[in-house]
Design a protein around this ligand. Structure first.
Ligand SMILES: [Zn+2]
Length: 629
């Protein structure tokens, strides 16, 4: 979900919006795709496929799921082509929904392109075992350079790559109608399922000003291979008792209720607000005393699904809830410590409307952008107030930190206007941040495998990329590194890069702004909470505990409060897991004591009167003889 240029966004979104006349369809993903297929065939009027439709077996034949060109379950080695224009347009790029690079130097483009323009070109997929093929989905090339797509193709099957059988409807070889633009996916179901190991897409015609380029997903059900027991079932299995499947809104709510029922003592479900369409934005709190801020326990939050169609983060948070509940019950010491010593808040879906849109259309036919934005087409990742500009302006005018604090920056006035383009989902999260003194938070996206840390916006306004560290850079780099080095997929040195960005060189972490600038992003919460030593103005019953994330070391810390003398002391942050306590005892200034006594209507003690008189004299002396006293 990250790493895509805003320049392309508009174009892609437009093509998506045109491609779906009725995004509110209630049909299941598979059902919807079947209908789209049929609609298209009718539109072709009297072509080969129309006779297939009259066969009731076609519409009744259950479609198989995607083989996994998009998900990478099909590896690069399983993809071959008759010819390729260049390596960056190789067969391994012919994957459904793959994206082009956005930089001039990016060698990878979004699709497979043949070197020649003739009807002998093919893209071959080796399913590695007997597979019942039921259909093919294609898209054109995704590129910032050219428009290319295939308008029709034939399909061939093989078990040995030597003899090939054409896909036929009766006695006639089928020519499938394909794409009309680069993005809109077109699904063609075969007249009847065919069992084979290899399948080829053989383009027949293509966009008149272009060349042969496509991206594809194959629908197929793997069958047990009687000759090879090792390929009978290679889907990864887990022994964890977690609910590994996609959860739509209703299923998500049910799962959260189930976790709450299983672990009522350490969980609490609450709503932080409502989406534009009125879905509750539900969060799960996990703590040994749910519903209470406990002094000395930092509050942490994970937010997922701000891009509604990025399903991974949502599922990870749902799994995390289940995991924390089960492991706490089982007495796992690490989980017990997390639950008893922190207060964890998990928001699995910040954009529930977007998720439902994507879910109803189904992953194959909805395209990467469908459901990414809110119902109002707002990208929540850019929707928070830009606090950076105010901070940097103040810094340029030497107002920081005395006249303008570098923490807890006020929300700009324009942002609070009723007509400001602020999504209800964004407002809900801001209110949430103001109600809870979060010490640390992270957002989960789909897409690139990398940890980004603030700032996310470049300081030089005309630059698209620029290293823009915060004052807390060491601690953010440390936190990012901890995540990146514990994630097994990220540590894997052989993993496949999406584009030319090789994040592995930098330990899979990057300063957000040094990747691409995003004003109004997570930075917001950083400037509102993270760099602050003080949480937002405490609610009446709030027992102040003030948190500051620091790397191990010695720090000189000053505590200040209005009406008190400031105190400075050294605090040592250790390598231990537990937080370092650094207590301060502040004494009231004489003026503050006087103010409090007068407010109560009490009598002023002699010692205080004396002290105040001394202070006044000293002040007068200073005014008359500057440089003394
Ligand atoms: Zn995203």
């Amino acid at each position: 979900g990250e790493g895509r240029g805003s320049g392309q966004r508009g174009r892609r979104r437009t093509s998506q919006r045109q491609s779906h006349g009725s995004p509110k369809s209630k049909a299941s993903p598979r059902g919807a795709s079947g209908r789209q297929c049929q609609r298209q065939q009718r539109g072709q009027g009297g072509q080969e496929r129309s006779s297939g439709l009259s066969n009731p077996l076609v519409s009744l034949a259950p479609e198989c799921p995607p083989l996994g060109l998009e998900s990478l379950r099909v590896s690069d080695a399983q993809l071959r082509a008759s010819s390729i224009q260049r390596y960056g347009l190789g067969a391994h790029r012919g994957r459904f929904n793959i994206q082009s690079g956005i930089h001039d130097g990016d060698m990878y483009d979004g699709g497979w392109c043949a070197a020649q323009k003739d009807q002998n070109q093919w893209l071959e997929i080796d399913a590695r075992r007997p597979t019942r093929f039921t259909g093919v989905i294609t898209q054109g090339l995704n590129s910032i350079w050219t428009y290319d797509w295939v308008t029709s193709y034939k399909i061939q099957f093989s078990n040995d790559t030597h003899s090939w059988q054409p896909c036929k409807n009766g006695s006639e070889e089928v020519v499938f109608p394909a794409n009309k633009d680069p993005e809109t996916p077109v699904l063609n179901a075969f007249p009847a399922p065919v069992v084979a190991r290899y399948i080829r897409i053989n383009p027949q015609t293509w966009f008149e000003n272009g060349t042969i380029c496509l991206r594809t997903e194959i629908l197929g059900c793997p069958l047990p291979d009687p000759n090879n027991v090792y390929f009978w079932d290679n889907t990864p299995k887990t022994t964890d008792k977690l609910d590994f499947r996609h959860h739509n809104y209703k299923a998500m709510r049910q799962l959260m209720k189930k976790v709450n029922a299983e672990c009522p003592n350490i969980t609490r479900i609450y709503s932080i607000g409502k989406s534009y369409l009125g879905l509750k934005m539900v969060a799960m709190e996990i703590s040994d005393n749910p519903g209470q801020h406990e002094v000395g326990e930092p509050e942490f939050r994970y937010v997922a699904g701000m891009h509604g169609n990025e399903a991974l983060g949502r599922e990870l948070l749902l799994n995390l809830m289940e995991y924390l509940c089960h492991e706490f019950e089982a007495g796992n010491p690490r989980v017990v410590r997390l639950v008893t010593e922190t207060r964890i808040h998990l928001l699995p879906s910040m954009n529930p409307d977007g998720y439902e849109t994507a879910y109803k259309l189904g992953s194959e036919l909805s395209g990467w952008a469908m459901g990414r934005w809110t119902y109002e087409n707002i990208d929540l990742n850019h929707n928070f107030a830009d606090l950076n500009t105010a901070l940097w302006d103040a810094e340029d005018n030497e107002m920081v930190p005395h006249k303008f604090p570098n923490h807890y920056i006020p929300i700009p006035e324009y942002y609070t206007f009723a007509n400001a383009t602020v999504a209800p989902e964004t407002r809900a999260v801001i209110d949430w941040m103001q109600r809870f003194p979060f010490v640390l938070s992270a957002n989960l996206h789909g897409g690139e495998l990398v940890v980004t840390y603030p700032f996310d916006m470049t300081r030089t306004y005309w630059k698209g990329q620029e290293l823009t560290p915060t004052a807390d850079d060491p601690v953010f780099r440390w936190l990012a590194t901890v995540y990146a080095t514990t994630n097994l997929a990220m540590v894997d040195g052989d993993r496949r890069p999406c584009h030319c960005d090789d994040f592995a060189r930098e330990g899979n972490i990057i300063n957000g702004a040094n990747w691409h600038t995003v004003p109004g992003k997570a930075v917001f919460s950083l400037l509102r909470a993270l760099t602050s030593t003080l949480p937002p103005p405490p609610p009446p019953a709030f027992d102040g505990d003030y948190w500051r994330l620091l790397n191990p070391g010695e720090y000189e810390v000053t505590a200040k409060a209005e009406g008190y003398h400031p105190v400075t002391r050294w605090c040592r942050v250790s390598y231990e897991d537990n937080p370092t306590l650094c207590d301060f005892r502040l004494t009231k200034t004489p003026k503050q004591r006087l103010r409090e006594i007068l407010a109560k209507g009490g009598k002023i003690p002699k010692d205080l009167l004396l002290r105040l008189r001394q202070l006044r004299l000293r002040k007068l002396r200073r005014q008359r003889f500057p440089g003394h006293g």
